[in-house]
Ligand binder design. Structure first.
Ligand code: ATP
Ligand code: MG
Length: 467
């Protein structure tokens, strides 16, 4: 299928090291595989209307790239010479939105088409000093992003060659400024321009390279790979809120497992998840298995259109970093349960400095972890109370994940599986049987604390906060 597609594309256009041309290579409808009908009709209508009003307008970015690869696009982006105000004047259902830069959203029922005005790179950015990456860098980016430009400049400021293809649905022509068609054919992610400079301008492009490589099953071209490891620490200066969004895209796009492998290989995992990265060093097999198994499950759920919660994902990504912190606190004399609570708290605070995980997720992360402390304690009415807990399912799934990664829990996962399947009398028997054997332990290194009046080994001594 792809072979046929590529045969319909033109043969190599220019040597691959020539990344940008000032006049685009133009492919007419017989030279590419795209068809107008494959694009959102709303997006096509917008382009037609803008052109009729005298502006330049194209479909651009991910939709052109994905359709060339026979992948269904996530959304349809339009680029135009009209300013946001001019676009809004043309459409009743248009709204200007602006976060890092002004864009127009045109609404058609549930579908939203994003229309962006051609932009240029801010020339001063090229002179930025390495040593001045932080806030000045960031404000520099905002400035630059608001500078409108020509079509050619718009193509040049885009990240990868495969993302700088413009499709005109009226003439059915593709404009290729950066040999993007060549790179699609060769399945390569390649930055436009000098890779090191483009990564320095916006280090998030390193994460985008990984995301597209995983999603499209492309390689990252050699010169675009080489600067990544040395520049990876620059991610530490990216605002944590932006990184949260990028990390969600990385891990919720259905290709989280290959993304993880690539992040580790390219040393991008450390600046995102410093504590987990340490765990990967001192406990590699367990940490790697737990995280990759969680991501494999996530990818599968996405393919099956099942819901996935970022809380579960972060709970798994951070879990292997907990024991070391618990141990450190215990060594300072803190009791085990308190140490576990404090370690969880500290770890989340520390992590949020890199990736701003919102409260609506940090709370459930803590609950999933707390549940790991509670699941071994099943005697009396506790098991039934746990079953009724809204976090039970996530906690139970997490327990199975830990077991799959090789954690010893004394068959706790199986016990809970059986308990959920059991009828009333079977459940009562299971609880009765428990008093004959000591209960399983939680994940963190811990010594059981005996408190007065509690039976030895029952696990009842754990008055976990919130219980
Ligand atoms: P998808 O939507 O499938 O994830 P996409 O390529 O459409 O992929 P978006 O994040 O929607 O990605 O961005 C749209 C386009 O904007 C990209 O194709 C690229 O041309 C440009 N772009 C986005 N982020 C950057 C960036 N950090 N630097 C340069 N160009 C970018
Ligand atoms: Mg897109």
């Amino acid at each position: 299928m792809l072979k046929k597609l590529f045969q319909s594309l033109r043969s190599p256009l220019r040597p691959p090291q020539q990344h940008f041309r000032t006049t685009p290579e133009v492919l007419n409808s017989s030279q590419h595989s795209l068809q107008r009908g494959q694009f959102s009709r709303y997006a096509v209508n917008i382009v037609e209307r803008l052109q009729t009003a005298g502006y330049q307008a194209y479909l651009v970015g991910g939709c052109v790239r994905d359709l060339m690869l026979n992948i269904e696009p996530k959304d349809f982006d339009v680029a135009t010479s009209a300013t946001p105000e001019q676009v809004r004047a043309e459409f009743r259902n248009a709204r200007i939105i602006g976060r890092r830069f002004k864009l127009v959203h045109i609404h058609f029922g549930r579908e939203i088409i994003e229309v962006a005005t051609f932009r240029a790179n801010h020339p001063q950015d090229d002179e930025e000093e390495d040593s001045n990456q932080s806030s000045r860098n960031e404000s520099g980016r905002i400035l630059r992003d608001n500078v409108y430009g020509t079509l050619e400049e718009d193509a040049q400021r885009r990240d990868f060659t495969i993302n700088a293809l413009y499709y005109d649905p009226v003439t059915e022509r593709v404009l290729d400024y950066a040999n993007g068609v060549h790179d699609i054919r060769n399945r390569l992610i390649r930055l436009i321009g000098d890779p090191q400079q483009r990564y320095k301008e916006d280090p998030v492009r390193m994460l985008r390279a990984v995301r597209f490589a995983a999603k499209l099953d492309f390689g990252i071209e050699k010169h675009s790979t080489t600067p990544i490891r040395p520049l990876a620490p620059m991610l530490r200066d990216i605002p944590a809120a932006r990184l949260f969004e990028e990390v969600l895209k990385l891990f919720l796009s259905g290709y989280a497992e290959p993304v993880f492998e690539m992040l580790v290989d390219l040393e991008l995992f450390e600046p995102l998840f410093p504590a987990s990265s340490k765990a990967l060093e001192y406990n590699p097999t367990y940490t790697h298995t737990l995280i990759s198994q969680a991501l494999i499950n996530t990818d599968l759920r996405i393919k099956q259109n099942k819901p996935v919660t970022p809380a579960f994902l972060f709970a798994a990504l951070l879990w292997p970093a907990l024991p070391a912190k618990v141990l450190r606190l215990q060594e300072r004399g803190m009791p085990p349960i308190a140490a576990m609570q404090e370690a969880a708290h500290d770890l989340i605070i520390e992590q949020c400095q890199r990736i701003a995980i919102p409260k609506r997720f940090t709370l459930p992360i803590r609950e999933i972890w707390d549940m790991q402390e509670r699941l071994p304690r099943r005697s009396g009415k506790r098991a039934d109370l746990l079953l009724d807990n809204s976090r039970f399912r996530a906690g139970y799934d997490f327990l199975l994940l830990r077991e799959a990664a090789g954690e010893q829990t004394d068959g706790l996962g199986d016990w809970w599986t059986e308990y959920q399947d059991g009828n009333d009398s079977e459940r009562r028997n299971m609880i009765r049987d428990l008093s004959n054997k000591p209960e399983g332990t939680g994940p963190a290194p811990r010594k059981r604390r005996r408190s007065p009046g509690k039976r030895k080994g029952s696990g009842e001594a754990s008055n976990v906060a919130g219980e």
